[in-house]
Design a protein around this ligand. Structure first.
Ligand SMILES: Cc1ncc(COP(=O)(O)O)c(C=O)c1O
Length: 442
């Protein structure tokens, strides 16, 4: 223990490692234990400060400890902490109304749970009871969480611990242009990966499906950003084969991509939208929003004990207000464009950066071996080293992608140009440092 009786970062990390499941992933060789945070900065137990460009895995939308969100949550907690949805509360009813007005298209009903996994699970069950069918098309490289169905929907072997998968899930190719599954290039590919969904349905299902679940940008998959027109083409096919479209906005929602929803501008109206992460600035809550017809198809009992917790609902309502009042969606677009420009400039100087992608403040850098020039072998070691080097210099970024070779850059939406320039300076120094110690790629 240090003088002030606070544990050191190492002591907290040691206790964590001792008592949590060994599978509980942490970043960095020496896990970073965080003690406090405000705005875009976090501090560890040793008093070191970091610029947080991963925002609690994209949950911290309006900045750590935002006074308005915290005040709303504390006021609600003083009044009423929890009663469950058996008893309507104003915090819950008001949030439902806000969400119904906020979502794209004409969706009228909300259901609350506590994680993205539960929201996706609920949405798939709804699609199945509404259509009376079972089969669901999901995406390779997509992510839907940790439950048995969540693991089955998720298109990453790494996140599947149990081999018996839910048979009704069929995985379509992801719109992964940098590693096109058909070896083609956009636009001359004419969206072959979207068209392939038709053959997937014709060859691997009964020929009619319950639905299609897709993220507008595949976050865990490494910020895979579909080309223009892909989502419309894919969802048109899905509709022709009787499926509903479940838009997974768990990562992309609430301004993250520079518009309120990741699906905005795609010319597609989802039948069901799932949301979590950024909804309440870190408070645990998720939601499913859909039409009355689809919601009414759930005829059995339906309750999530912690769903619609009033404290989380109050935090979510306040987060939505702050997004609007502080113009943070617009900021995500403009500051995000500035950040993306900086990352593209970085790519021109560092050959290991093979691709820069994403929108708004949801960006990724895919690192490749580039030896010989143009080699796209995933550079996993280089990615791990970039994380260590950025941490050393006071910047936190994330990691993703099937191969673990994508640096994810996603600060809270309050990030300023100055924050971005500071982060870019650190990234530049970090890439220079890994270059200097050799370019051995993993
Ligand atoms: C797009 C998407 N959907 C669902 C989930 C599962 O969310 P949770 O971890 O809150 O259960 C994740 C998690 O990262 C996600 O990225």
């Amino acid at each position: 223990m240090k003088d002030d009786d606070k544990p050191s970062s190492a002591e907290v990390a040691t206790k964590f490692k001792q008592y949590l499941f060994p599978s509980n992933a942490t970043y960095y060789g020496d896990a970073l234990a965080i003690e406090s945070a405000s705005g875009i900065r976090v501090r560890d137990y040793d008093g070191r400060e970091y610029l947080d460009f991963f925002g609690g895995i994209l949950t911290i939308s309006v900045g750590h400890a935002h006074p308005k969100v915290n005040a709303a949550a504390i006021a609600q907690l003083r009044r009423l902490g929890h009663v469950s949805t058996l008893y309507p509360t104003l915090a819950l009813a008001e949030l439902a109304e806000k969400l119904v007005r906020l979502v794209p298209g004409k969706l009228e009903r909300a259901f609350f749970c506590t994680s993205g996994t539960e929201a996706d699970e609920t949405a798939v069950a709804l699609a199945q009871v509404h259509t009376g069918r079972q089969e669901i098309v999901a995406l390779r490289h997509g992510s839907s969480g940790r439950s048995m169905l969540g693991q089955s929907l998720t298109g990453h072997s790494k996140y599947r611990v149990v081999p018996s998968q839910v048979a009704a899930v069929k995985h379509a190719h992801a719109p992964y242009c940098y590693r096109c599954p058909f070896g083609l290039r956009f636009p001359s590919c004419e969206l072959r990966c979207a068209d392939d969904i038709e053959e997937l349905i014709q060859t691997t299902t009964t020929g009619v499906i319950a639905g299609f679940i897709a993220e507008p940008i595949l976050g865990v998959g490494g910020v895979i950003t579909p080309p223009p027109g892909w989502l419309k083409r894919a969802t048109d096919i899905v509709k022709r084969y009787g499926g509903v479209f479940i838009c997974d906005e768990v990562q992309t929602g609430f301004g993250r991509t520079g518009s309120m929803w990741g699906v905005d501008g795609e010319g597609v109206d989802p039948d069901i939208v799932t949301m979590a992460k950024g909804i309440a600035n870190g408070f645990p809550i998720s939601a499913v929003v859909t039409t009355t017809a689809i919601a009414s198809a759930w005829q059995g009992g339906n309750i999530a004990t912690f769903g619609g917790n009033p404290v989380s609902c109050a935090a979510a309502s306040a987060t939505i207000d702050v997004l609007r009042e502080e113009g943070l969606v617009e900021n995500a677009a403009s500051t995000g464009a500035h950040l993306k420009g900086g990352l593209e400039a970085l790519k021109r100087r560092h050959a290991t950066i093979g691709d820069v992608r994403g929108r708004g403040l949801m960006l990724g850098l895919e690192l490749v071996r580039d030896e010989p020039a143009g080699d796209r072998t995933p550079a996993v070691d280089a990615t791990l080293r970039v994380l260590e080097e950025t941490k050393k210099r006071g910047l936190l970024v994330g990691r993703g992608g099937l191969y673990g070779n994508v640096v994810r850059v996603a600060p809270p939406l309050v990030a300023t140009r100055r924050d971005v320039d500071d982060a870019l300076t650190i990234l530049e120094a970090s890439f220079a440092a890994i270059g200097a110690v050799g370019s051995s790629a993993g």
